[in-house]
Write a protein that binds this ligand. Structure first.
Ligand code: PMP
Length: 427
């Protein structure tokens, strides 16, 4: 432009240059994975495009596959009644809420869903957000400050960690499900912080196991902290009727301060929720940035989740089918000598492989045999803990489960015979 500033040449000291995005560490890591995969002749296992809904029978690149990578644990995302509720909501409300709920985005279906979630947990109130991830980020970011401490299981979801970071609170983690270690952290730190929040998952998304809720409640009574349970994978899958972790242990759900979950898995929609006391929900509705400064949950998603929740509660046989399928998968996998870690044999069953390249290759070979199962690689899990992660649903049948286990055993044996990946395994 014109003007006096533009006329002045910059002095050398004022000049600065910055490398492009390719110099970022994350970018370098992506490149390493890409080069190694190409050298080994492995197709990228991620971003596989499905032509159709996230159901058990899917199509990838025009070929049929049995899907062990859908979160639609009870098949409700495909249920005709749920779809009708979604269509009706679009006809009535359109798709977008159009604005933050505070200012012009509120629809009756938002309140109805929140009331149903509060009823499910027996809490005073609930709040829904546009994303599950944003729910944790915003909730922790709102409740905690630099004076506070967050204690997390080492396998806790990224969204909790990001929320804790945002809050500025001190952070410590304890080994997975090691509540003795949690107790030691509490003994050491109980008096040094204003508030302490302990975060666990109702069903761990990587290992498929549960935390010991009664022991957590004992510790809570002794040390006084806020307990957050992330039920993303537990709602509809854990407990005799899929009620979640409290139902599994016959515990009083109101002793958990923060029930968090998502609408994107069992409830077949997209979004996240928190259920808890009226005071908690008031605070979040007034100040959680992901609620106040973000558009309201699309009414169609609220209607979808509400319909799915009602069916989930009315038809516990869906959860029982899922649990029978999970038990079958676990039993067959163990009989075949596969390492399923500590999985309870519910909605999530990992098959531990170790080497990341081998896990990626297995995923590719299983897809060629008609099974879609994703590898979980470093850095999502520790270096030597790469795995195939099977999501089990009520909609799988026995032949699909037995076939997937047999194919996995077979392909691992073939790779082992070929010595695949051995040289790349870090010691
Ligand atoms: N918590 C856990 C334990 C999760 O596994 C996930 C996502 N997989 C989330 C939160 C975030 O939920 P969403 O994908 O619905 O944003």
């Amino acid at each position: 432009g014109a003007g006096p500033a533009a006329a002045r040449a910059p002095t050398p000291a004022a000049r600065r240059s910055q490398p492009g995005f390719e110099a970022l560490d994350d970018r370098k890591q992506v490149n390493v994975m890409r080069v190694v995969s190409e050298a080994m002749g492995i197709a990228n296992p991620f971003f596989r495009s499905h032509d159709g809904p996230a159901s058990v029978e899917t199509r990838i690149d025009g070929r049929a596959a049995v899907n062990f990578a859908t979160y639609d644990y009870l098949g409700l995302g495909q249920d005709a009644r749920v779809r009708k509720a979604a269509h009706d909501a679009i006809d009535r409300f359109g798709v977008s809420a159009g604005a933050s709920r505070l200012v012009a985005g509120e629809r009756p279906v938002h309140g109805a869903l929140e009331a149903a979630l509060a009823r499910h947990y027996g809490t005073e109130d609930a709040i829904v957000f546009v994303s599950g991830h944003a729910t944790n980020v915003s909730t922790l970011g709102t409740l905690l400050t630099a004076k506070d401490l967050v204690l997390t299981d080492s396998l806790i979801h990224n969204s909790i960690l990001v929320g804790a970071q945002l809050s500025g609170a001190s952070r410590r983690s304890f080994a997975h499900n090691d509540l003795d270690a949690l107790e030691r952290l509490l003994v050491e730190n109980a008096r040094r912080y204003r508030n302490i929040l302990v975060a666990v998952e109702g069903l761990y998304s990587m290992d498929g196991d549960l935390p010991d809720l009664p022991r957590l409640l004992e510790l809570r009574a002794r040390f006084g902290f806020w307990l957050l349970v992330d039920e993303a994978h537990a709602l509809g899958t854990v407990g005799p009727t899929g009620g979640g972790l409290a139902e599994q242990f016959g515990a009083d759900a109101t002793e958990v301060d923060i029930w968090m979950g998502t609408l994107s898995k069992t409830l077949g929609a997209t979004g996240g929720y928190v259920a808890g006391s009226a005071a908690l929900i008031d605070v979040l509705k007034a100040s959680a940035p992901g609620f106040v400064f973000s558009v309201g949950l699309p009414p169609v998603l609220a209607a979808t989740a509400l319909s799915a929740l009602e069916i989930m509660e009315a038809e516990p046989e869906r959860c029982q089918r899922l649990q029978a399928n999970g038990a079958r998968f676990l039993e067959r996998a163990r009989a075949a000598g596969l390492d399923t870690g500590e999985s309870i044999g519910g909605a999530v069953v990992p098959v531990l492989i170790g080497d990341s390249i081998k896990a990626a290759k297995l995923s590719e070979r299983l897809l060629a045999r008609g099974y879609n199962v994703l590898p979980i690689l470093f850095p999502a899990v520790p270096m030597n803990a790469a795995r195939l992660r099977f999501f089990i649903t009520s909609e799988h049948n026995a032949a699909q489960i037995d076939g997937a286990v047999a194919a996995t055993r077979d392909e691992i044996d073939q790779l082992d015979r070929d010595g695949f990946g051995m040289k790349l395994t870090p010691e």
